[in-house]
Design a protein around this ligand. Structure first.
Ligand SMILES: Cc1cc2nc3c(=O)[nH]c(=O)nc-3n(C[C@H](O)[C@H](O)[C@H](O)COP(=O)(O)OP(=O)(O)OC[C@H]3O[C@@H](n4cnc5c(N)ncnc54)[C@H](O)[C@@H]3O)c2cc1C
Length: 444
């Protein structure tokens, strides 16, 4: 024993589809990060808010970086910000906004850590405009189980940097990063464009490609499938819009774990009621001022939504379809929904215009995310399998950090460079000591 302590803890994925009793180390100084026996299987854990079991596994020690949450250095002229990897994205955004900067790429959960955002190469509110998280990383520091540390970035150790972004912790533990902040819009005005289906949604998304905020919400019910609204956040300097710009309060942050209700709200009646309410509230053409802070973390008000999945939890399937195949995919999906009538609580759409590298969720096309209650129920599961087959048939790419129901065979079929990406990770994890449920399930 070299001064480290382990706690036995039950850990669960945010979607509640995987849980395991794990050993967790909560180091609070750098020497403890290096104190585990050299042959101990391990995996880094940031905020622990991934939908899937990416930062823990039954046989691995989770190294929780929550104590490494300091902001280390800031250059107010260039917008370069040095942080420890456990710093939360919500805290970083608050600091940045207070100093006239922001991170354009930030996921919807404010408790995601910087390390977790790099390791999953997450996307933000308009990936077509801003790219994925790696686009704003100037450099990172990485510690490997053998005690060696590396600095990597777009300009040095490029292969290690590329493997670490969307490497899901399997190249080592990121300890620090230097982020490149951007200037935020003075204020935002939110334009709502109602759409009658997904093909129309795709057209509206493409036309608004340069908006700082751009995503669609859609009804997932048979008979209404795809109907919804595209929310387009546009930069504005009108005084009435500037008055709406304000800072988010930390107390409002969505918690890392949400206690489920003892029953599910998202049965057919609940889903119908929620869709009717959202349609009345959101799906009217028009525009209104929007606080940037609210735009960055809209899910801060979604506690009841997630609790409402009950103990059976939910699954999210997110697929990125190439533009040329999207309309055909959306049509086939609507037919399948009409036939199977699955319970779908939420559908959202986003525009991408990047490059598919390694395991990253990126490329050029339209991404569709579907959230379904109780994915272990046979009918729900059968629909998710049918959705995966449809996406595969139309050239779709899955988001590995979101989808607990994805299996290794499907991931291999969907990701053209799967073997190359796997071999690249293996080169940085030669003894296989970096392990997680995600890595085991998908044989990464
Ligand atoms: C409500 C909600 C909304 C979300 N919105 C979005 C979104 O808009 N866009 C999007 O892309 N994703 C989104 N996500 C997914 C989420 O942003 C990612 O799963 C992210 O990785 C979570 O960060 P974390 O710190 O909690 O990571 P964890 O869950 O702790 O870990 C995730 C992965 O990162 C690795 N990791 C964590 N820290 C380190 C480190 N220091 N060094 C090396 N590896 C590390 C882990 O090993 C693991 O493989 C959302 C999730 C939720 C629950």
């Amino acid at each position: 024993m070299r001064g480290y302590a382990l706690a036995e803890t039950e850990l669960a994925s945010f979607d509640r589809q995987f849980h395991a009793r794990c050993r967790v180390q909560r180091p609070d100084r750098y020497r403890l990060l290096e104190a585990l026996p050299a042959d101990a299987p391990r995996i880094a854990r940031g905020g622990g808010v991934s939908y899937v079991g990416a930062s823990f596994g039954a046989d691995a020690i989770s190294q929780d970086l929550a104590a490494f949450d300091r902001l280390l250095a800031f250059d107010a002229d260039t917008g370069l910000l040095g942080v420890e990897a456990g710093a939360r994205i919500g805290d970083v955004q608050r600091f940045a906004l207070a100093h006239g900067w922001y991170l354009p790429v930030a996921p919807g959960h404010p408790r995601a850590s910087i390390g977790g955002c790099i390791a999953a190469d997450v996307h933000g509110k308009n990936p077509a405009r801003d790219g994925t998280f790696r686009a704003q990383v100037e450099a990172l520091e990485l510690l490997q189980p053998n005690g060696r540390t590396f600095v990597a970035g777009p300009a040095q150790n490029r292969d290690l940097f590329d493997a670490t972004c969307a490497g899901f912790g399997l190249t080592g533990t990121i300890t620090r990063a230097t982020l490149r902040l951007a200037r935020p819009p003075a204020a935002l005005v939110l334009r709502r464009v109602p759409v009658q289906g997904l093909a129309e949604a795709a057209r509206v998304l493409r036309e608004a490609a340069n908006a700082p905020l751009l995503y669609g919400w859609h009804d997932g019910r048979a008979g209404h499938f795809g109907r919804g609204v595209i929310r387009i956040g546009l930069a504005s300097d009108a005084p009435e819009h500037m008055r709406a710009a304000r800072q988010p309060a930390p107390a409002r942050d969505l918690p890392a774990t949400i206690t489920p209700l003892p029953f599910t709200l998202w049965n057919p009646l609940g889903i119908a009621a929620a869709n009717t309410w959202l349609r009345a509230r959101w799906c009217r053409a028009g525009q209104a001022p929007l606080a940037l802070a609210d735009a960055l973390f809209p899910l801060n008000d979604a506690r009841l939504y997630f609790a409402g999945y009950g103990r059976a939890g939910f699954a999210e399937a997110q697929w990125l379809l190439p533009h040329a195949r999207f309309d055909a995919f959306a049509g086939a999906l609507a037919e399948r929904v009409a036939r199977d009538r699955p319970r779908i609580a939420l559908v959202s759409s986003k525009l991408f215009d990047g490059h598919a590298d390694g395991f990253a969720f990126d490329g050029a096309g339209i991404a569709l995310a579907l959230q379904l209650p109780a994915p272990a129920e046979p009918a729900q599961r059968a629909f998710l399998e049918a959705l995966a087959e449809l996406a595969l048939a139309h050239g779709g790419r899955p988001n590995l950090i979101k989808d607990s129901m994805l299996d290794a065979t499907t991931a291999r079929r969907a990701i053209a460079g799967f073997e190359t990406a796997r071999a690249r990770l293996a080169a940085y994890n030669p003894r296989g000591l970096l392990q997680s449920e995600l890595a085991r399930r998908l044989a990464l």
